[in-house]
Design a binder for this molecule. Structure first.
Ligand code: BTN
Length: 238
């Protein structure tokens, strides 16, 4: 595994996508400042200071895209929950891959696939973690957000956190590639923040509502309404 540190960059995901052909499989790119951080669904990921995590895994598991790669964001959300556990912090997962502590978002995960024509080149799997964001800055974010420093009331060593997270990631990464979401399903279900509650999900602009009753073996969300089950592969819980 190779680590590349950039003092400042537009977006670590964009950097990995641009340099996909030169970077080795399992390279990690991280930075102190992102001027153009990307979030899910074309949103922005705001830079909240240098002592936070803005990092992207460059992954080239094979020459052809496999469905299982779509679950890597959920794998990374589980990895983050396990990392937070090592800091004594309990967290929850909001489908598909937001990690929450006390109902507030502590991290965001974004996976981007790189293609050249119709050939699959690799995956830029990015994660931003609010490590040392002060409360004043968290208050300026449009949705409830928290940071590890605020939760633990002490400064968090970024390099130590990064090592704990990456070690946890690579511990079961190869097994995950062979097994898929089924490998993490029990852990994911036990940390799901939304199960057995009535929710609404934005699916590419269409709102789907119902009781969240299950997560399938493939990581999809099952909603139930009027005894009819509706399985969602993508979306954003509102
Ligand atoms: C979300 O919308 O919740 C996903 C946010 C993902 C942010 C991370 S920060 C590192 C990497 N580089 C980016 O531009 N985005 C991801």
């Amino acid at each position: 595994m190779e680590l590349i540190f950039l003092e400042e960059v537009g977006s670590t995901n964009a950097y990995v996508k641009q340099h996909m052909s030169e970077l080795s499989d399992c390279t990690i790119v991280y930075t102190s400042h992102q001027s153009d951080g990307r979030g899910r669904l074309s949103r922005k990921w705001i830079d909240t200071g240098e002592n936070n995590i803005y990092m992207t895994f460059c992954l080239k598991p094979s020459c052809e895209f496999q469905e299982i790669y779509s679950n890597l964001t959920q794998y990374l959300s589980v990895v983050l929950c396990k990392t937070l556990e090592k800091y004594g912090v309990d967290s929850k997962i909001k489908w598909p891959n937001d990690v929450l502590v006390d109902g507030k978002k502590i991290a965001g995960i974004l996976s981007e696939t790189t293609m050249q024509g119709s050939s699959f080149k690799g995956i830029a799997l990015g994660i931003g973690v609010n490590l040392n964001t002060p409360q004043t800055l968290l208050d300026s974010i449009d949705k409830p957000a928290t940071s590890l420093a605020v939760i633990l009331n002490k400064e968090i060593d970024r390099e130590e956190f990064l090592k704990t997270l990456t070690d946890e990631f690579f511990l079961n990464y190869n097994k995950f590639l062979n097994t898929g979401f089924a490998m993490i399903r029990d852990f994911y279900l036990s940390h799901a923040s939304f199960l057995n509650t009535d929710i609404s999900v934005n699916v590419l602009g269409k709102i789907e509502s119902g009781c969240a009753v299950d997560i399938t073996q493939d990581g999809a969300l099952v909603l139930e309404k009027d005894n009819i089950k509706n399985t969602l592969l993508i979306g954003d819980i509102l």
